[in-house]
Design a protein around this ligand. Sequence first.
Ligand code: UGA
Length: 418
Amino acid sequence: MAELGHEVIGIDVDAAKIESLTRGEPTFFEPGLPEILRSAIATGRLTFSTRMSDVAGASVHFLAVGTPQQRGSYAADLTYVDAAVEGLIPFLADGDLVVGKSTVPVGTAERLAGLVTAGSGAQLAWNPEFLREGFAVKDTISPDRLVYGLPPGDAGVRAKAQLDEVYATALAKDTPLVTTDYATAELVKVSANAFLATKISFINAMAEIAEVTGADVTQLADAIGFDGRIGRRFLGAGVGFGGGCLPKDIRAFTARAEELGRGESVAFLKEVDKINLRRRDRVVNLVVDALGGEPYEKRVAVLGLAFKPFSDDIRDSPALDVAVRLHGLGAAVTATDPEAAANARRVHPQLTIADSLGDALRDAEVVVLVTEWPEFRGLQPADVEPFTAGRTIIDGRNSLDPVVWRAAGWTYVGLGRP
Ligand code: UGA
């Protein structure tokens, strides 16, 4: 927002985060973020604080706190959203606009709007966020669409004008804009993620069928992807989806639909979830099979810990899950990741995590690729052979060329491909 010319103050309850951001250091890995953070701070338009009272003077207030899965249930935990709104209300002025970005169960915006308007002269809009980790800067500066969930009547007209001012740069570039009500805006977000999750599980279901028929799911994805109605993106079969969004969002969606008495409408998302989780079992089983059914004390190299490349995020990461499960079976696992090693060490101190690829590969009988970082995708047998004891590679992201590896004498095992 500061880069786009606005004057911005970022508030968080976590003092360590605020200190780090004030120094121009992001608290997580995101390509391009350090540069844009520092340049925005240098303009003087971006500051940070832990004091909610410092929002005074701002006219638009974005709510961007997390909505993780609740403990003991599949529903979203709204504690942080509620606390942020409650903390903000005393500092809102007449005519201010509160803008919800967090992914919330449908119905939340309506409830929060009641609190905001009763507690101040401000209004609320819901403006879901579609950025992808790893491409967050680009997706924020040049979003592929904007969605405004607005209150009815004049309040909605005023809120739209305020948002149009915030997003003037994107709107000038003809970014598609959908102006709608709260419920639709909330549902756009969860249904977009549900659709993406379904697309991935669809291709992974095809991978399961391919595995018992000898078909090749990567060629199948190419072939169906040429149909413009289907499209090739998000048809990458492999160890499945993870992260802080798709898994918990499909669960929160089913939980909310059940509360609304419409559980059957999205019951298929439970299948989507199950197919996805089965792929992790599949990768673990392939490794165990490659070790002759006896993983105990066998050396395994796990390439990748982040839930996807260009991220250090390990939330619900399939890669980390595979490493932890193999460790739990008694295998001598050494994992590595270009960015997520520190996070993985913190959460799973029992894992052996190497800082270099060579150290991870050393004496490995089986190599498992589970996050398709460019440095792993680009591996050639000759890069790996000086280190490993065995010649078996399990490609959990179908990102290597089987022909090359087999020609070099390796046993190559992909997911859903011969
Ligand atoms: C996802 C959505 O793509 C964003 O549009 C959304 O804004 C975001 O969630 C959110 O709700 O905040 P993200 O979690 O960053 O973004 O990651 P994705 O690129 O969607 O990937 C999710 C998972 O699916 C990763 O584990 C990835 O490896 C996996 N995936 C992706 C596949 O297994 N196959 C594919 O073909 C594509």
